[in-house]
Write a new protein. Structure first.
Length: 395
């Protein structure tokens, strides 16, 4: 086991009606005027936004509003939020939504404390030194942003999707009521589950070494989501399944499942995510579905570098009973793809609705390699040529 630091400062309130404590907790963490940041009309139609507002009113917290966040959250909305917060004297950011809304809040938080262009952080031209305090009322279990140090934003002007990792942006609190996810469409539920599992996989497949406590946690987490996902897809109001998925969302991306693999728990392979970010940036696909579509091609390409690791996943997560490691590994990859298909997820880019040209394959690999200046992955280090081949195999 490698040395590591583990930091998870977010206060979690997990229960029915958790959203009604929003005002109390904003006030507890020093907020006097909040930005209510959210996505589309569902938070209004469901009455959730009114309940959050009533909670803020009851605690004497003023607020400004900014809706309109979309999946793969846009830099232009971040700019709009920074301008609004400065004009309104906002001192706390409250995300009411899923990962896209929370990530947008995090970017606004960075921008509020920076005199330059906030995209500098996402292009790695600058490093965040401060952030506004953030809280979350979670409505979608997927990204894990409610407990992570990560924020991912899309610059719609150049089609680039980039991320920043910093403990500065971690939510002060996360209010989690599984009932708020009952109205999610099956496709969105399934996409969220694919994202949750991928967050764990990126750390689990970071090398061949065994870190037994962490590995066992990761395997149990993946099994739990694989069990709960079809239940939630088939019966959207299955509270236990929804609760399982919501808590797994947080645990999958708060660095717990990377602990002991080195550094601060953020260590991992991350190739699938980096490959998918370029798909989202160019084609605006649903992130979890994009991860599902790229997984099989990536896994088969890198598996020969660590067949024992993939065999352990096959046996301990997918219940494969094949004694030979390489055969077990291939069976495990196929079994996971069968699970994804079973919940309505694509397992190739064509099923995602993309018919990529040779030129588009070149562009994706060029973007993912940052113009041929970086490699990705750790279980097998991938060059630009490797990236292009994985995109090709995923077609």
């Amino acid at each position: 086991m490698n040395d590591f630091q583990y930091y998870a400062p977010t206060q979690v309130v997990f229960c029915r009606g958790a959203e009604n404590r929003a005002g109390e907790l904003v006030r507890q963490y020093g907020g006097t005027k909040a930005l209510l940041h959210y996505g589309g009309g569902s938070v209004r139609r469901s009455g959730l936004l009114d309940r959050v507002k009533a909670s803020l009113d009851a605690s004497g917290v003023a607020y400004a509003e900014l809706g309109g966040v979309v999946p793969n959250p846009r830099l232009s909305k971040v700019h709009e939020g920074i301008a609004l917060c400065r004009a309104e004297g906002v001192d706390f950011l409250l995300a009411v939504g899923g990962g896209s809304v929370i990530d947008s809040c995090k970017a606004i938080g960075y921008g509020m404390k920076y005199d330059g262009e906030v995209w500098d952080f996402y292009e790695k031209k600058a490093t965040p030194r401060s952030s506004m305090p953030i809280g979350a009322v979670l409505t979608i279990a997927a990204a894990g942003s409610e407990m992570s140090d990560s924020s991912v934003i899309t610059n719609e002007e150049n089609g680039k999707k980039r991320g920043v990792n910093s403990d500065l942006c971690r939510c002060r609190f996360a209010l989690m009521n599984p009932e708020l996810t009952f109205t999610l469409p099956p496709y969105q539920t399934a996409s969220g589950c694919a994202d949750i599992i991928s967050h764990t996989m990126e750390r689990y497949f970071s090398g061949g070494e065994t870190v037994e406590p962490t590995d066992s946690i990761a395997e149990g987490l993946m099994r739990a989501v694989i069990d709960a996902a079809p239940k939630a897809v088939q019966n959207p109001e299955d509270y236990d399944a929804r609760a399982c998925i919501m808590w797994a969302s947080s645990l999958s991306h708060n660095n717990l499942t990377g602990s002991g693999r080195g550094g601060n728990g953020r260590v991992g392979d991350w190739a699938c995510h980096q490959l998918e970010h370029e798909l989202s940036g160019m084609f605006d696909v649903t992130h979890g579905a994009g991860l599902a579509a790229i997984f099989g091609a990536w896994a088969r390409y890198v598996m020969p570098s660590a067949p024992g690791r993939f065999a352990r996943f096959a046996r301990n997560v997918m219940d494969v009973r094949e004694p030979d490691d390489e055969a077990a590994a291939r069976a495990g990859i196929a079994a996971y793809e069968a699970f994804l298909r079973g919940i309505g997820m694509p397992v190739c880019l064509r099923e995602l609705g993309l018919e990529l040209t040779e030129q588009q394959l070149d562009q994706l690999a060029w973007n993912c390699s940052f113009a041929d200046t970086r490699t990705i992955g750790s279980i097998r280090v991938l060059t630009r040529e490797d990236m292009r081949e994985i995109y090709r195999l995923a077609r």
